[in-house]
Design a protein around this ligand. Sequence first.
Ligand code: N2P
Length: 341
Amino acid sequence: MRFLTIVLFSIFTLIFNSCSRSKNEVNVYVWSDYLSQDVIEEFEKETGIKVNLDTYDSNEALLEKLQTGVSKYDVVVPSDYMVQILIRQNLLHEIDKAKIPNLKHINPRFLNLQYDPENKFSVPFFWGTTGFAYRKDKVGKLPETWSVLFDEKYKGKILMLDDMRECFAVALKLLGHSINETDTSILLKAKEILANQKKLVKQYNSSGFDQAILSGDVWIAHGWSGQLVKIAESDSNIVYVLPKEGGTLWIDNLAIPKSADNIENAHIFINFLLKPEISARVSEFSGYATVNETAKKFINQKYLTKQRYPDEEALKNFELMQDLGTVTKLLDRFWTEIKSQ
Ligand code: N2P
């Protein structure tokens, strides 16, 4: 009898704990260098909900996690084209807009775009560009063209993002095409360009690209605006360039996977990140541009620069990525061949 009581008690405790745990947490899977610890702590203090944070550095890694379902996440941050893919594959949960009153702060320019026409599944958060940074002290002043990343002179001093779509975007722009090109013969040319470049590349790296150039390990680094602009602001030897050929303009979005366990908490977390003061703080921290118009009032003027917020003129050859449908498989194969050659 005593034994039975103990067993029953243990079972109850177990069930009780797992229920209360799932009620009081939110599992967040987000880009590296995106959210600061103080903002996470403030959320936990304000709501009593514990945040479990995991990071990734490519949309394809996120897709794979959601497809295999090995880990369960409540909030993820796909870019534009990946939102489109996740919707197509039925991997996102519809957002209950009534639970996100802070949506009103978002600049309408970032809403109702082609990748999620009514924002049923995604809430824009940060935006930015993909360009490159270089060290003036090592290479002098460079022309604003992607071709410097293919110059033999810089062999062993070049870093490329470890990102299939971003690398193909560079090669396609060099060839004078759209980053969303789907013609096989053109993609094959782009592949050759990237395959030939490989011997010059010291690292393919999508998380530490800013540190690699800051430390001098590489002299020219392909990368995303926020982190590169931030180091350019702190070190006058470093310059961030938007190449004249154009490139990727991206919008990253908060979304809730279909498999999420804590849907309610996911909404609370998303709404919290959209509070103007909070959006302002994470934007200052990460270097990435906020889509939150009200947040701009809380951002230190010195961060509202043209580098962080390029105007239309600077962006005229920049494009949003699109879901390439079945062509993605071909690119996957090309990318694997380049990386494993
Ligand atoms: C942050 C990466 C920016 C994501 N580490 C580009 N979509």
